[in-house]
Design a protein around this ligand. Structure first.
Ligand SMILES: *Cc1c(COP(=O)(O)O)cnc(C)c1O
Length: 440
Protein backbone atom coordinates (compact mmCIF):
# COMPACT_ATOMS: atom_id res chain seq x y z
CA UNK A 1 0.00 0.00 0.00
CA UNK A 2 1.32 3.44 -0.88
CA UNK A 3 1.06 6.45 1.32
CA UNK A 4 -1.32 8.32 -0.95
CA UNK A 5 -0.73 11.63 0.89
CA UNK A 6 2.96 11.53 0.16
CA UNK A 7 2.44 10.42 -3.40
CA UNK A 8 -0.07 13.15 -4.19
CA UNK A 9 2.11 15.79 -2.53
CA UNK A 10 4.80 14.97 -5.07
CA UNK A 11 2.39 14.19 -7.92
CA UNK A 12 -0.69 16.38 -7.55
CA UNK A 13 -2.72 14.68 -10.31
CA UNK A 14 -2.76 11.48 -8.24
CA UNK A 15 -5.44 13.10 -6.11
CA UNK A 16 -7.56 13.70 -9.23
CA UNK A 17 -7.20 10.04 -10.12
CA UNK A 18 -8.21 8.97 -6.61
CA UNK A 19 -11.20 11.29 -6.82
CA UNK A 20 -12.23 9.61 -10.12
CA UNK A 21 -11.99 12.90 -11.97
CA UNK A 22 -11.34 13.14 -15.68
CA UNK A 23 -7.64 13.97 -15.86
CA UNK A 24 -5.31 15.14 -18.63
CA UNK A 25 -1.55 14.93 -18.43
CA UNK A 26 0.90 15.95 -21.13
CA UNK A 27 4.15 14.14 -20.62
CA UNK A 28 7.19 16.30 -19.98
CA UNK A 29 9.42 13.22 -20.38
CA UNK A 30 8.45 12.98 -24.07
CA UNK A 31 11.38 13.53 -26.38
CA UNK A 32 12.44 13.02 -30.01
CA UNK A 33 12.36 9.63 -31.69
CA UNK A 34 16.13 9.71 -31.94
CA UNK A 35 16.54 10.16 -28.21
CA UNK A 36 13.69 7.93 -27.15
CA UNK A 37 14.28 4.98 -29.44
CA UNK A 38 17.26 3.43 -27.62
CA UNK A 39 15.11 2.93 -24.52
CA UNK A 40 12.58 0.78 -26.35
CA UNK A 41 15.04 -2.09 -26.72
CA UNK A 42 13.51 -3.00 -30.10
CA UNK A 43 14.32 -1.64 -33.53
CA UNK A 44 12.89 -1.11 -36.95
CA UNK A 45 14.39 -4.43 -38.04
CA UNK A 46 12.40 -6.24 -35.34
CA UNK A 47 9.22 -4.69 -36.74
CA UNK A 48 10.26 -5.59 -40.30
CA UNK A 49 10.84 -9.16 -39.18
CA UNK A 50 7.30 -9.28 -37.75
CA UNK A 51 5.91 -7.77 -40.91
CA UNK A 52 7.67 -10.37 -43.08
CA UNK A 53 6.42 -13.17 -40.84
CA UNK A 54 2.83 -11.97 -41.33
CA UNK A 55 3.52 -11.89 -45.05
CA UNK A 56 4.72 -15.51 -44.95
CA UNK A 57 1.51 -16.49 -43.20
CA UNK A 58 -0.74 -14.54 -45.58
CA UNK A 59 -1.71 -17.58 -47.68
CA UNK A 60 -2.56 -19.55 -44.56
CA UNK A 61 -4.63 -16.63 -43.24
CA UNK A 62 -6.41 -16.14 -46.57
CA UNK A 63 -7.25 -19.85 -46.63
CA UNK A 64 -8.38 -20.02 -43.01
CA UNK A 65 -10.28 -16.71 -42.92
CA UNK A 66 -11.83 -15.86 -46.31
CA UNK A 67 -12.81 -12.39 -45.08
CA UNK A 68 -9.08 -11.45 -45.22
CA UNK A 69 -8.86 -12.05 -48.99
CA UNK A 70 -9.50 -8.40 -49.97
CA UNK A 71 -6.28 -7.62 -48.07
CA UNK A 72 -4.48 -10.67 -49.55
CA UNK A 73 -4.40 -12.53 -46.28
CA UNK A 74 -3.22 -9.59 -44.21
CA UNK A 75 -5.38 -8.75 -41.21
CA UNK A 76 -5.96 -5.05 -41.82
CA UNK A 77 -8.67 -2.47 -41.22
CA UNK A 78 -10.26 0.42 -42.98
CA UNK A 79 -9.46 4.08 -42.45
CA UNK A 80 -12.65 6.13 -42.42
CA UNK A 81 -13.21 9.92 -42.46
CA UNK A 82 -15.75 11.13 -39.89
CA UNK A 83 -17.07 14.46 -41.19
CA UNK A 84 -20.47 14.25 -39.49
CA UNK A 85 -19.03 13.08 -36.19
CA UNK A 86 -16.47 15.90 -36.40
CA UNK A 87 -19.24 18.50 -36.54
CA UNK A 88 -21.19 16.74 -33.79
CA UNK A 89 -18.13 16.69 -31.53
CA UNK A 90 -17.55 20.41 -32.03
CA UNK A 91 -21.10 21.02 -30.96
CA UNK A 92 -20.92 18.55 -28.08
CA UNK A 93 -17.68 19.96 -26.68
CA UNK A 94 -18.62 23.53 -27.59
CA UNK A 95 -15.35 24.26 -29.34
CA UNK A 96 -13.75 24.20 -32.78
CA UNK A 97 -11.59 21.17 -33.51
CA UNK A 98 -9.32 22.32 -36.34
CA UNK A 99 -8.02 19.67 -38.71
CA UNK A 100 -9.63 16.48 -39.97
CA UNK A 101 -11.04 13.56 -38.01
CA UNK A 102 -10.43 9.95 -39.04
CA UNK A 103 -11.27 6.57 -37.55
CA UNK A 104 -8.93 3.57 -37.72
CA UNK A 105 -11.38 0.72 -37.66
CA UNK A 106 -9.51 -2.03 -35.84
CA UNK A 107 -12.93 -2.55 -34.30
CA UNK A 108 -13.73 -4.38 -37.51
CA UNK A 109 -10.47 -6.22 -38.07
CA UNK A 110 -11.12 -9.62 -39.63
CA UNK A 111 -10.92 -12.81 -37.54
CA UNK A 112 -11.68 -11.41 -34.09
CA UNK A 113 -13.14 -7.90 -34.41
CA UNK A 114 -10.75 -6.06 -32.14
CA UNK A 115 -7.24 -4.61 -32.02
CA UNK A 116 -6.13 -7.93 -30.49
CA UNK A 117 -6.27 -9.44 -33.98
CA UNK A 118 -2.89 -7.74 -34.48
CA UNK A 119 -0.72 -8.72 -31.51
CA UNK A 120 -2.48 -11.83 -30.26
CA UNK A 121 -2.67 -13.57 -33.60
CA UNK A 122 0.88 -12.59 -34.49
CA UNK A 123 2.31 -14.19 -31.36
CA UNK A 124 0.47 -17.49 -31.93
CA UNK A 125 1.61 -17.58 -35.57
CA UNK A 126 5.21 -16.96 -34.53
CA UNK A 127 5.02 -19.77 -31.98
CA UNK A 128 3.49 -22.15 -34.53
CA UNK A 129 6.17 -21.27 -37.06
CA UNK A 130 8.96 -21.96 -34.57
CA UNK A 131 7.49 -25.33 -33.60
CA UNK A 132 7.09 -26.40 -37.22
CA UNK A 133 10.56 -25.13 -38.20
CA UNK A 134 12.29 -26.98 -35.35
CA UNK A 135 10.38 -30.16 -36.19
CA UNK A 136 11.70 -29.87 -39.76
CA UNK A 137 8.16 -29.72 -41.13
CA UNK A 138 8.40 -26.23 -42.58
CA UNK A 139 10.89 -23.89 -44.27
CA UNK A 140 10.63 -20.09 -44.59
CA UNK A 141 10.03 -20.18 -48.33
CA UNK A 142 7.35 -22.89 -48.19
CA UNK A 143 3.73 -22.19 -48.99
CA UNK A 144 2.27 -21.73 -45.50
CA UNK A 145 -1.22 -22.74 -46.63
CA UNK A 146 -0.06 -26.29 -45.86
CA UNK A 147 -0.61 -25.37 -42.19
CA UNK A 148 -4.28 -25.91 -42.94
CA UNK A 149 -3.75 -29.64 -43.48
CA UNK A 150 -4.58 -32.40 -41.00
CA UNK A 151 -0.91 -33.29 -40.71
CA UNK A 152 -0.15 -29.87 -39.22
CA UNK A 153 -3.30 -29.76 -37.11
CA UNK A 154 -2.34 -33.08 -35.55
CA UNK A 155 1.18 -31.81 -34.94
CA UNK A 156 -0.01 -28.60 -33.21
CA UNK A 157 -2.52 -30.69 -31.24
CA UNK A 158 0.40 -31.97 -29.19
CA UNK A 159 0.93 -28.46 -27.84
CA UNK A 160 -1.08 -26.16 -25.64
CA UNK A 161 -1.49 -22.40 -25.44
CA UNK A 162 -2.65 -20.47 -22.36
CA UNK A 163 -3.59 -16.83 -21.90
CA UNK A 164 -5.24 -14.56 -19.33
CA UNK A 165 -7.66 -11.96 -20.63
CA UNK A 166 -10.57 -9.59 -20.01
CA UNK A 167 -12.10 -11.01 -23.18
CA UNK A 168 -10.78 -9.70 -26.47
CA UNK A 169 -7.28 -11.12 -26.24
CA UNK A 170 -8.79 -14.47 -25.31
CA UNK A 171 -11.00 -14.25 -28.40
CA UNK A 172 -8.05 -13.63 -30.72
CA UNK A 173 -5.79 -16.25 -29.19
CA UNK A 174 -8.60 -18.77 -28.94
CA UNK A 175 -9.78 -18.38 -32.53
CA UNK A 176 -6.35 -18.55 -34.17
CA UNK A 177 -5.07 -21.33 -31.90
CA UNK A 178 -8.14 -23.46 -32.50
CA UNK A 179 -7.79 -22.91 -36.25
CA UNK A 180 -4.21 -24.21 -36.16
CA UNK A 181 -5.20 -27.19 -34.02
CA UNK A 182 -3.60 -26.18 -30.72
CA UNK A 183 -5.23 -27.08 -27.46
CA UNK A 184 -5.95 -23.71 -25.86
CA UNK A 185 -7.01 -22.45 -22.43
CA UNK A 186 -8.28 -18.94 -21.93
CA UNK A 187 -8.34 -17.65 -18.35
CA UNK A 188 -11.08 -15.03 -18.25
CA UNK A 189 -11.38 -12.30 -15.64
CA UNK A 190 -14.71 -11.85 -13.84
CA UNK A 191 -15.71 -8.91 -16.07
CA UNK A 192 -15.44 -10.90 -19.34
CA UNK A 193 -18.68 -11.01 -21.33
CA UNK A 194 -20.75 -14.16 -21.48
CA UNK A 195 -21.05 -14.10 -25.29
CA UNK A 196 -17.27 -14.13 -25.67
CA UNK A 197 -16.94 -17.19 -23.43
CA UNK A 198 -19.73 -18.94 -25.33
CA UNK A 199 -18.20 -18.15 -28.70
CA UNK A 200 -14.88 -19.61 -27.60
CA UNK A 201 -16.40 -22.74 -26.10
CA UNK A 202 -18.21 -23.36 -29.38
CA UNK A 203 -14.78 -23.47 -31.06
CA UNK A 204 -13.51 -26.08 -28.60
CA UNK A 205 -11.52 -23.62 -26.52
CA UNK A 206 -11.27 -24.31 -22.80
CA UNK A 207 -12.55 -21.25 -20.94
CA UNK A 208 -11.50 -21.00 -17.30
CA UNK A 209 -13.57 -18.45 -15.39
CA UNK A 210 -12.07 -16.50 -12.51
CA UNK A 211 -13.77 -14.41 -9.87
CA UNK A 212 -10.96 -11.85 -9.93
CA UNK A 213 -9.80 -9.13 -12.25
CA UNK A 214 -7.43 -9.24 -15.19
CA UNK A 215 -4.20 -9.40 -13.19
CA UNK A 216 -5.33 -12.58 -11.42
CA UNK A 217 -6.53 -14.23 -14.65
CA UNK A 218 -3.09 -13.63 -16.16
CA UNK A 219 -1.39 -15.06 -13.08
CA UNK A 220 -3.48 -18.24 -13.33
CA UNK A 221 -2.64 -18.66 -17.01
CA UNK A 222 1.04 -18.23 -16.24
CA UNK A 223 0.87 -20.87 -13.50
CA UNK A 224 -0.86 -23.37 -15.76
CA UNK A 225 1.84 -22.94 -18.40
CA UNK A 226 4.68 -23.31 -15.92
CA UNK A 227 3.50 -26.76 -14.90
CA UNK A 228 3.52 -28.10 -18.50
CA UNK A 229 6.57 -27.88 -20.82
CA UNK A 230 4.33 -28.26 -23.88
CA UNK A 231 2.22 -25.29 -22.82
CA UNK A 232 3.09 -21.85 -24.16
CA UNK A 233 1.93 -18.82 -22.19
CA UNK A 234 1.00 -15.61 -24.01
CA UNK A 235 2.17 -12.92 -21.61
CA UNK A 236 0.04 -9.84 -22.23
CA UNK A 237 1.95 -7.93 -19.54
CA UNK A 238 5.46 -8.39 -20.91
CA UNK A 239 5.52 -9.93 -24.37
CA UNK A 240 7.80 -8.35 -26.97
CA UNK A 241 6.15 -10.44 -29.68
CA UNK A 242 2.67 -9.12 -28.96
CA UNK A 243 4.13 -5.62 -29.02
CA UNK A 244 5.79 -6.22 -32.40
CA UNK A 245 2.61 -7.67 -33.86
CA UNK A 246 0.87 -4.41 -32.99
CA UNK A 247 3.77 -2.30 -34.24
CA UNK A 248 3.31 -3.51 -37.83
CA UNK A 249 0.25 -1.23 -37.90
CA UNK A 250 2.57 1.79 -38.31
CA UNK A 251 3.88 1.03 -41.81
CA UNK A 252 0.44 -0.23 -42.87
CA UNK A 253 -1.16 3.05 -41.81
CA UNK A 254 1.54 5.02 -43.60
CA UNK A 255 0.73 3.13 -46.77
CA UNK A 256 -2.98 3.89 -46.36
CA UNK A 257 -2.17 7.56 -45.83
CA UNK A 258 -0.03 7.56 -48.99
CA UNK A 259 -2.83 5.92 -50.98
CA UNK A 260 -5.35 8.46 -49.73
CA UNK A 261 -3.06 11.44 -50.20
CA UNK A 262 -2.88 12.34 -46.52
CA UNK A 263 0.31 14.22 -45.69
CA UNK A 264 2.12 13.99 -42.38
CA UNK A 265 5.06 16.34 -41.89
CA UNK A 266 6.18 19.29 -39.79
CA UNK A 267 3.34 21.44 -41.11
CA UNK A 268 0.79 18.60 -41.03
CA UNK A 269 0.94 16.99 -37.60
CA UNK A 270 -0.77 13.67 -36.89
CA UNK A 271 -2.42 13.08 -33.51
CA UNK A 272 -3.37 9.51 -32.66
CA UNK A 273 -5.65 8.67 -29.73
CA UNK A 274 -5.30 5.13 -28.41
CA UNK A 275 -7.41 3.38 -25.74
CA UNK A 276 -5.05 1.77 -23.23
CA UNK A 277 -5.51 -1.30 -21.03
CA UNK A 278 -2.30 -3.04 -19.99
CA UNK A 279 -0.49 -1.08 -22.71
CA UNK A 280 0.79 -3.64 -25.21
CA UNK A 281 -1.68 -2.75 -27.95
CA UNK A 282 -1.44 1.03 -27.85
CA UNK A 283 2.26 0.86 -26.94
CA UNK A 284 3.14 -1.38 -29.87
CA UNK A 285 1.03 0.65 -32.29
CA UNK A 286 2.59 3.90 -31.03
CA UNK A 287 6.05 2.40 -31.54
CA UNK A 288 5.19 1.44 -35.12
CA UNK A 289 3.71 4.89 -35.75
CA UNK A 290 6.84 6.61 -34.45
CA UNK A 291 8.99 4.50 -36.77
CA UNK A 292 6.70 5.32 -39.69
CA UNK A 293 6.06 9.04 -39.12
CA UNK A 294 8.90 10.12 -36.81
CA UNK A 295 8.42 13.16 -34.64
CA UNK A 296 5.40 14.34 -36.64
CA UNK A 297 3.11 11.79 -35.02
CA UNK A 298 1.86 12.53 -31.50
CA UNK A 299 0.49 9.56 -29.57
CA UNK A 300 -1.94 10.04 -26.70
CA UNK A 301 -3.37 7.26 -24.53
CA UNK A 302 -6.92 7.18 -23.16
CA UNK A 303 -8.10 5.26 -20.10
CA UNK A 304 -11.28 4.95 -18.00
CA UNK A 305 -11.37 7.06 -14.84
CA UNK A 306 -11.73 3.80 -12.89
CA UNK A 307 -8.67 2.13 -14.47
CA UNK A 308 -6.00 4.77 -15.06
CA UNK A 309 -3.07 2.37 -14.67
CA UNK A 310 -0.78 3.63 -17.44
CA UNK A 311 -1.25 7.31 -16.63
CA UNK A 312 -0.49 6.50 -12.99
CA UNK A 313 2.55 4.37 -13.80
CA UNK A 314 4.22 6.74 -16.24
CA UNK A 315 3.30 9.94 -14.38
CA UNK A 316 4.74 8.74 -11.07
CA UNK A 317 7.54 6.73 -12.68
CA UNK A 318 6.41 3.75 -10.59
CA UNK A 319 5.20 1.80 -13.65
CA UNK A 320 4.15 -1.73 -12.61
CA UNK A 321 5.20 -1.09 -9.02
CA UNK A 322 1.84 0.48 -8.33
CA UNK A 323 -1.76 -0.51 -9.08
CA UNK A 324 -4.87 1.65 -9.08
CA UNK A 325 -6.34 -0.59 -6.37
CA UNK A 326 -3.52 0.49 -4.05
CA UNK A 327 -4.96 3.99 -4.29
CA UNK A 328 -8.45 2.74 -3.53
CA UNK A 329 -9.59 2.97 -7.17
CA UNK A 330 -11.89 0.03 -7.96
CA UNK A 331 -10.86 -0.86 -11.56
CA UNK A 332 -14.50 -1.37 -12.47
CA UNK A 333 -15.48 -0.09 -15.91
CA UNK A 334 -17.82 -0.99 -18.74
CA UNK A 335 -14.88 -0.61 -21.11
CA UNK A 336 -13.86 -4.20 -21.89
CA UNK A 337 -10.15 -4.48 -22.47
CA UNK A 338 -9.39 -1.37 -20.44
CA UNK A 339 -10.23 -2.83 -17.01
CA UNK A 340 -6.60 -3.21 -16.00
CA UNK A 341 -5.31 -2.07 -12.61
CA UNK A 342 -1.58 -2.47 -13.14
CA UNK A 343 0.14 -1.38 -16.34
CA UNK A 344 2.72 -3.37 -18.24
CA UNK A 345 6.10 -2.46 -16.78
CA UNK A 346 7.76 -3.23 -20.08
CA UNK A 347 5.58 -0.94 -22.18
CA UNK A 348 5.62 1.99 -19.75
CA UNK A 349 9.39 1.95 -19.40
CA UNK A 350 10.02 1.33 -23.10
CA UNK A 351 7.64 3.99 -24.39
CA UNK A 352 7.48 6.76 -21.78
CA UNK A 353 9.75 9.01 -23.82
CA UNK A 354 7.72 8.57 -27.01
CA UNK A 355 4.21 9.27 -25.73
CA UNK A 356 2.92 12.83 -25.67
CA UNK A 357 0.09 12.50 -23.23
CA UNK A 358 -2.53 10.58 -21.29
CA UNK A 359 -6.06 11.31 -20.22
CA UNK A 360 -8.96 9.60 -18.52
CA UNK A 361 -12.68 9.73 -19.21
CA UNK A 362 -15.82 8.49 -17.51
CA UNK A 363 -17.72 5.46 -18.76
CA UNK A 364 -20.75 7.72 -19.21
CA UNK A 365 -18.74 9.83 -21.64
CA UNK A 366 -17.79 6.73 -23.65
CA UNK A 367 -21.48 5.83 -23.90
CA UNK A 368 -22.41 9.34 -25.03
CA UNK A 369 -19.72 9.26 -27.72
CA UNK A 370 -20.80 5.74 -28.72
CA UNK A 371 -24.34 6.95 -29.28
CA UNK A 372 -23.17 10.08 -31.09
CA UNK A 373 -21.05 8.00 -33.50
CA UNK A 374 -23.99 5.74 -34.19
CA UNK A 375 -26.27 8.70 -34.88
CA UNK A 376 -23.84 10.63 -37.08
CA UNK A 377 -21.90 7.94 -38.94
CA UNK A 378 -23.91 4.73 -38.43
CA UNK A 379 -20.83 3.06 -36.94
CA UNK A 380 -21.27 0.83 -33.90
CA UNK A 381 -18.38 0.24 -31.53
CA UNK A 382 -17.93 -1.13 -28.03
CA UNK A 383 -17.47 1.44 -25.23
CA UNK A 384 -13.65 1.11 -24.96
CA UNK A 385 -13.28 1.99 -28.61
CA UNK A 386 -14.71 5.46 -28.00
CA UNK A 387 -12.09 6.41 -25.43
CA UNK A 388 -9.97 8.08 -28.10
CA UNK A 389 -12.83 10.29 -29.27
CA UNK A 390 -12.33 12.74 -26.39
CA UNK A 391 -8.69 13.29 -27.36
CA UNK A 392 -8.88 16.05 -29.98
CA UNK A 393 -10.61 18.32 -27.49
CA UNK A 394 -7.74 17.97 -25.00
CA UNK A 395 -5.05 18.65 -27.60
CA UNK A 396 -6.82 21.65 -29.06
CA UNK A 397 -7.42 23.22 -25.66
CA UNK A 398 -3.88 22.81 -24.33
CA UNK A 399 -1.94 25.84 -25.61
CA UNK A 400 1.08 25.07 -23.45
CA UNK A 401 1.45 21.61 -24.94
CA UNK A 402 0.94 22.86 -28.50
CA UNK A 403 3.50 25.58 -28.00
CA UNK A 404 6.01 23.12 -26.63
CA UNK A 405 5.44 20.99 -29.76
CA UNK A 406 5.76 24.12 -31.94
CA UNK A 407 2.32 23.58 -33.37
CA UNK A 408 0.86 27.00 -34.15
CA UNK A 409 -2.60 27.81 -35.44
CA UNK A 410 -1.79 27.21 -39.09
CA UNK A 411 -0.25 23.82 -38.37
CA UNK A 412 -3.16 22.87 -36.16
CA UNK A 413 -5.53 23.65 -39.03
CA UNK A 414 -3.62 21.09 -41.12
CA UNK A 415 -3.71 18.44 -38.40
CA UNK A 416 -5.07 14.93 -38.75
CA UNK A 417 -6.77 13.56 -35.64
CA UNK A 418 -6.90 9.77 -35.82
CA UNK A 419 -9.08 7.96 -33.30
CA UNK A 420 -8.09 4.31 -32.95
CA UNK A 421 -11.27 2.25 -32.67
CA UNK A 422 -10.21 -0.90 -30.87
CA UNK A 423 -13.27 -3.13 -30.69
CA UNK A 424 -16.90 -3.78 -31.43
CA UNK A 425 -17.05 -5.67 -34.73
CA UNK A 426 -18.12 -8.97 -33.20
CA UNK A 427 -20.41 -7.68 -30.46
CA UNK A 428 -23.84 -9.33 -30.85
CA UNK A 429 -26.68 -7.13 -32.07
CA UNK A 430 -28.64 -7.25 -28.81
CA UNK A 431 -25.55 -6.14 -26.87
CA UNK A 432 -25.08 -3.22 -29.29
CA UNK A 433 -28.72 -2.24 -28.76
CA UNK A 434 -28.12 -2.28 -25.03
CA UNK A 435 -25.11 0.07 -25.46
CA UNK A 436 -27.19 2.39 -27.61
CA UNK A 437 -29.90 2.56 -24.95
CA UNK A 438 -27.71 3.15 -21.89
CA UNK A 439 -28.91 6.24 -20.04
CA UNK A 440 -26.29 8.62 -18.73
C1 LIG B 1 -7.19 -4.86 -25.27
C2 LIG B 1 -7.98 -3.72 -25.70
C3 LIG B 1 -7.45 -2.42 -25.65
C4 LIG B 1 -6.10 -2.06 -25.09
O1 LIG B 1 -5.01 -2.91 -25.35
P1 LIG B 1 -3.95 -3.19 -24.21
O2 LIG B 1 -2.89 -3.95 -24.90
O3 LIG B 1 -4.61 -3.99 -23.15
O4 LIG B 1 -3.52 -1.87 -23.68
C5 LIG B 1 -8.27 -1.40 -26.09
N1 LIG B 1 -9.50 -1.61 -26.54
C6 LIG B 1 -10.03 -2.85 -26.62
C7 LIG B 1 -11.41 -3.02 -27.14
C8 LIG B 1 -9.28 -3.93 -26.19
O5 LIG B 1 -9.82 -5.15 -26.25
Amino acid sequence: MYCTKKLSAEFPLVQNLIDIQETVWFNHKATSLEQGLPYVGLTVSDVNDASQRLQRFSRFIAGAFPETRPYNGLIESELRPLPAMHKALEQYFGQKLPGRLLLKMDSHLPVSGSVKARGGIYEVLKHAEQLALSAGMLAYDDDYSQLLTDEFRQFFGRYQIAVGSTGNLGMSIGIISAKLGFRVSVHMSADAREWKKNRLRSLGVEVVEHQDDYGKAVEQGREQAESDPNCFFIDDENSRDLFLGYAVAGERLKQQFDEQGITVDEDHPLFVYLPCGVGGGPGGIAFGLKLAFGDHVHCIFAEPTHSPCMLLGVYTGLHDNISVQELGIDNITAADGLAVGRASGFVGRAMERLLDGFYTLHDSEMYRLLQLLDQTEKIQLEPSALAGMAGPRHVVSSPEYLQQQQIDESRLKNATHLVWATGGGMVPEEEIQRYLNVQH
